[in-house]
Ligand binder design. Structure first.
Ligand code: HOZ
Length: 430
């Protein structure tokens, strides 16, 4: 069943002479799952095809943006139509207003929003804004939460840093990181302790659902309690909803859990597969952003008309029935996984929330902490990943990353995936 990946292999060798690690983002390099990365030439619906012609059911989905599937017809048409009229103005255009309206209507905690080009830019700017608004310096982040690659956020982070076992990044000065305090996710007492002993904290930034260290759900009333503590201590709460925004519900984790952030960061889905990020909050807070206020932040391609058109076309299709369909697909996946999981009871675990899932090689029955994910068996995940590729299923190439369902996935895709999982697990754990 070995895959022929010779063309990808050749491309990788050449890419390594020109790009660090042969890639433009570390986790793609396949280092933690072994072998070389695959180079893709086509994506349509739930499938992607690599340069050797191997056809995969995709659950990486560009790490989350493609909630409609690859190359959705309406998104492609919108991109084409707008591109014909100019690719960038570096000046305002009507599309920016339309997408801002969609975001503001979806998130009651957002009255005004600024568009940027990536999730990293969004979180970096949100923190500057929190500091500018409160006049305080320190920030609290939660272990395992990943907020992109700005210096002060590359501390105890998930995603690529977790994948490569890097506690932080070279090139980040002590000064850049000294104002970042790390607190354990799902541990409300730890947050309480830090907030009680420090009056220079501008904000707490968190992924409300941790999606870059496997999938870790907030326990019971955790988010409500975090909200309460932040309000009590006059600290802004930033929800990084780059992954969860428009994914868990139209109004993201805030809608699902009924907790409102002071500042929200968005990305991925709002760009429909093109580079878009955003941060927004109450008008009073956003009034500090230049040119209205003293917090500077800018971008030549911010609000780019093509990216905005792809975002609008995507958000237009995310009506209530779309979320219902995603939930049904997710439930179906989970149901079909039950007999598989029970066959390997005590050796692996499948977690699903809305259209996000993760599979752990762990003896634990539930996963609520980053340490549990760390202790899961990543060698087994690597072997599993390879076996799944051989069976036509492309999973994110790291045991610390999650899988995404899209509206283009079908029950047939899921049936084929379950078969592949079952066969692969028999070889890894059998
Ligand atoms: N930070 C992304 C995963 N959460 C990975 C991005 C990429 O490698 O493309």
């Amino acid at each position: 069943m070995a895959l022929n990946t010779s063309r990808s292999g050749e491309l990788y060798v050449k890419a390594c002479t020109l790009l660090p690690g042969g890639v433009n983002s570390p986790v793609r390099a396949f280092r933690s799952v072994g072998g070389h990365p695959l180079y893709f030439k086509l994506g349509k619906g739930s499938h992607i095809i690599d340069e050797d012609g191997n056809d995969f059911i995709d659950y990486c989905m560009s790490w989350g943006p493609l909630i409609l599937g690859h190359a959705d017809n309406d998104v492609v048409k919108a991109i084409q139509k707008v591109a014909e009229n100019g690719t960038s103005f570096g000046a305002p255009h009507e599309g920016e207003i339309s997408i801002a309206e969609m975001v503001v209507n979806a998130f009651p905690s957002i009255e005004k929003v600024r568009f940027v080009n990536s999730g990293t830019e969004a979180t970096m700017s949100a923190i500057r804004l929190a500091r500018g608004f409160t006049g305080k310096s320190k920030i609290i982040k939660f272990d395992g939460c990943y907020h992109g690659h700005a210096d002060h956020l590359l501390v105890a982070a998930g995603s690529g840093l977790a994948t490569f076992g890097m506690p932080d990044s070279a090139g980040v000065t002590k000064n850049a990181a000294k104002d970042t305090i790390v607190v354990k996710y799902n541990d409300i007492d730890a947050l309480h302790q830090v907030l009680s002993h420090n009056d220079d904290i501008a904000c707490c930034i968190m992924e409300p659902v941790c999606c870059n260290y496997g999938l870790i759900l907030p326990e019971n009333d955790y988010l409500h309690k975090v909200r309460q503590l932040c309000t009590q201590h006059n600290v802004l709460l930033i929800f990084d909803e780059v992954i969860t925004g428009f994914r868990l519900a139209r109004g993201g984790a805030q809608e699902r859990f009924g907790v409102h952030a002071d500042i929200t960061t968005l990305g991925k889905i709002i760009g429909g597969g093109l580079p878009v990020g955003a941060y927004g909050g109450k008008a009073e807070i956003m009034a500090k952003v230049a040119p209205d206020g003293p917090v500077y932040q800018a971008g030549t391609l911010s609000g780019n008309p093509i990216a905005v058109a792809a975002g609008i076309a995507t958000l237009q299709k995310l009506v209530p029935s779309a979320y219902q369909k995603l939930e049904e697909l997710g439930k179906y996946f989970e149901e079909q996984m039950k007999p598989v999981v029970s066959r390997y009871n005590g050796k692996m675990l499948f977690v699903r929330f809305a259209s996000i899932f993760a599979l752990y090689f762990s003896k634990d029955e539930t996963i609520t902490t980053v340490d549990q994910v760390k202790e899961s068996n990543m060698q087994q995940f690597a072997q599993f990943h390879r076996l799944m590729l051989e069976r036509g299923v492309y999973l994110s190439p790291s045991g610390y990353e999650v899988g995404f369902l899209s509206l283009a996935h079908s029950k047939d895709d899921i049936d084929a995936t379950i078969k592949a999982i079952d066969e692969s697990l028999a070889l890894v754990l059998g």
